[in-house]
Structures are given as structure tokens and as C-alpha cells.
Design a protein around this ligand. Sequence first.
Ligand code: SF4
Length: 328
Amino acid sequence: MSQTKGRVFSGARPTGRQHLGNYLGAIRNYVAMQDSYECIYCIVDLHALTTLENTGMLREWTYEMALDWLAAGMDPDRGTIIFVQSHVPQVTELHTILSMVTPLGWLTRLPTFKEKVRQQPDNVNYGLVGYPVLMASDIALYKADTVPVGVDQLPHLEFTREIVRRFNAHFGDILIEPQAKHTEFTKVLGTDGQQKMSKSLNNHIEIAATPDEITQRVMGMVTDPARRYRNDPGHPEVCNVYSLHTFFSPGDYERIEHECRSAEIGCVQCKRLFAQHLSDYFAPFRERRAALAENPDHVWDLLTDGARRASAIASETIAQVKDAVGLP
Ligand code: SF4
């Protein structure tokens, strides 16, 4: 992989089958960025260990997530590296070295750390404190100059930049200070219409769902709460079905908005239409996924090959870092 274009790195924790929130918030951006960047996408399983009590599902979740990523168009044949974090152990070496230049106070003051302590007071482990250093190591190890971020993730990237600056100030310009690529990370509400779509809240719709499963989930979606009777005029601006129509029903959503406001269309009919469009949109994806799933070994081989290519970059960086630090 020659670094002629910008190099993007992004990682996501293994969460198994992906849902619409993952798709609209991240995956479609990952796919699109392949047009303009060298892309390195990582399933960050080591990060998952900081909060998971039960690690027994990690392997399956990694596999299912990789299936979704590949079927969605994240494509090693286009030069993209897709791999599993723990398959390239150099990241733990860089993590150790970068942790030596990271003041502890920086880490314990981070709002994300404080939030985790609130969420899991019985499991405030050492890895949790060092989480941002591991994240910085991921980015720095692969010499990524670009990281796609939404507004709420900017402080994380800034933290990586600070660690890199500090390392470089001590040891010379070895690591690349990554720049943010501001990306519209759409926040998708769940079927409850209230909270962010999330597997743990069971308010999600999987992108690999069958048409029947899609219909079942969509028919259970909460709509405009003020629309109690069929003849009540609706308020599409507060309805999650409508906001998803704007993405999945590009030719219809303006008409739907009008017909909702004038009560010409009922919620049941509107949801059926949405379920149909959603199912149609992901039909080619389901086909590609089914074909990939016929040969799980091939999927693992693709990840292994991704790790091999990632490792080539990582080895070079680690050698430079050790040399700069003065390790014999
Ligand atoms: S008609 Fe459609 S857009 Fe309007 S409230 Fe019902 S589900 Fe939402």
C-alpha cells in the first residue's frame, strides 16, 4: 500500500450483526471513503475487553460484523485493509510506549472515562483508563493522517493528537498527527423513536434482517404520539419512520410528508411502504452476505490477509519508534 492518497483509519468494536444506526452512522461513510483514500478499517476487539464481562461471543460477533462490512462494500479488492485489532499485536507494544508519555491526569480527567466509571463502578479496570492511549496507538501505528469523526468524537481525536505531539516532541517527528475528516455521522433513533438505535436496547433493525423480520420490526415502530386516530393530521418532523423515509424513500418522502400532514395516509400504510423500501434497499446486500456466509473460512482468510498487510505497516512504525526511543 503506497501512501499517495491520504490514509484513513477507523475502528469499531465487534458488536455482531450491524443495524441501521451502524449503517447510516458509519458503514456507508466507510464505503464512500474508499473512493478517495487508502482505508484501514479495524474491528477493535481489544477495546471491547475493557467493558465486556462475557467475552464468549467475541469471535462470533467479530465474524458477523466482518460479514456485514464486506457485504456492504468495504472491499479488500479496492486496496482496503480490513482486519482484527488483536491480530496485529504491535499495537500493544505501541500502547505500552505511548502510555509512558501520557500523563495519568489527562486520562482520569476525560469525560468519557468518568462516564464509564459511572456505568461500571465495579469494573474500573486499568485498561479502561488507558483506552484513549490504545485508540491513539491504533491510529499512530498505521500512520493514518485522516480519521473520520463526528462532532462528538472530536475530543477523542484531539487527545490522540496531543499524545502524538508529546511523543514527537520527546523523540523526534516519527508519528503522524492525524487530521479530522468531519463526517456526517447520522444519529439514528431506534424503533422506540426515543433513544439512539442500539442492540442492547433491542430497538434496532438489523441490516441483514429478512424482509419478514424487517416488516415485523417496522410495524412496531413508534410514530407521531399525537396521531391517535387515523384521521388525525400527523407531524412527520417528530416521526422516526418519516426521518428514515427521507433516506430510504428518496422518490416518495415529500409526498409522504404532505399526505401525513393531511391525514391522507395512515401510519400502517406508511410503515408498510417504509418496510418495503428498506427491504428493497438491502436486497443486494443480503445476497452478497449470503454468498459470503457460505464460506466462513474465506471471510476469516480475508481478515487474516488484512492483518498481514496491516502488520507490514505496523512493523515499520514500531521499528522507527523503538529506535527513536532508544530501545536496544
Ligand atoms: S403517516 Fe408516516 S410519517 Fe406520518 S406519523 Fe405516521 S408513520 Fe409517521
